[in-house]
Design a protein around this ligand. Sequence first.
Ligand code: F0G
Length: 351
Amino acid sequence: GSGWPGLIEAYRDRLPVTAATPVITLYEGGTPLVPANRLSERLDAEVYLKVEGANPTGSFKDRGMTMAISKAAESGAKAVICASTGNTSASAAAYAVRAGMVCAVLVPQGKIALGKMAQALVHGAKLLQVDGNFDDCLELARKLAVDYPVALVNSVNPDRIEGQKTAAFEICDVLGAAPDIHCIPVGNAGNITAYWKGYTEYARDGVVEKTPAMYGFQAAGAAPIVLGAPVLKPMTIATAIRIGNPASWTQAEQARDESHGLIDSVTDKQILEAYRLLAREEAVFVEPASAASVAGLLKAAAGGLVPSGSRVVCTVTGNGLKDPEWAIAGAPAPVTVPVDAGAAAARLGLA
Ligand code: F0G
């Protein structure tokens, strides 16, 4: 093997597994915590990026999915189902292959990134586009899981949260302490719930001395927690977090309040600015929804909510290759040259 055993083996004593649990793994977790040098300079802080796009299917969902699929296998499930804005379906499809299970996915029609659609299809998932949004898809998936022999692997499944909490463990293990502030995108609100669970468990057991303030960020057109009411027609270019009625709403508010943090919104313009900044200044290519954490950090800093010298971790949740549309849209069209060094040098500004 590569050395890293996958997150279930790495944190076995802190997860609901026994010797009888079949471990379904693609060796997820153990992702890089990359110092964000330019951001740190700009904010007079110590900023890190938890690069979750480095997971096997390119998003943090693999952390939850290795647990959810392992527990489903333990209970004898033959099929799993999820609603998804794309990443959950990509992950579920891959882990279902690993477990020899059928995977059914429900996605909002026309609203998931092409790369994610490709992943679900190439792994052989049974994919239905639903004439509705993510919230409609989740309602449908929950009903099907009640009435038919299929296990639900959305983050309302507590095993998903257990797997995802390991990202907080990894951060503390690398830094030797919890950060002061943790910034994270919020969609269905499972991930902020999971990080808070991880940080509080480490603090409870004395592995770290304190917990960070959790700063969660929703897209402005899909910000029900910020507004205090469900959004019936959520809108944002960050399709991964285009969610109007998060399943873990209450837990997200609890994470915010117990950690003395905040949940705020960032506009699509702020998201795209952070997306380009990450690529051009930190060399980290993320999908737009992932950039909400950094857009939020910049907004919080401008509002005086990031004291100088703070140690900050931003989770960047998914790989930029999943949704290349926004990378191409923001760049000039490539120029074509003949097979000629002089012409190429001139065009490159070398001559
Ligand atoms: N970032 C990305 C890239 C995501 O795919 C998601 C959620 C989030 C952030 C938000 O995390 O829902 O736990 O608050 N994607 C889900 C999906 C909804 O279906 O792939 P959350």
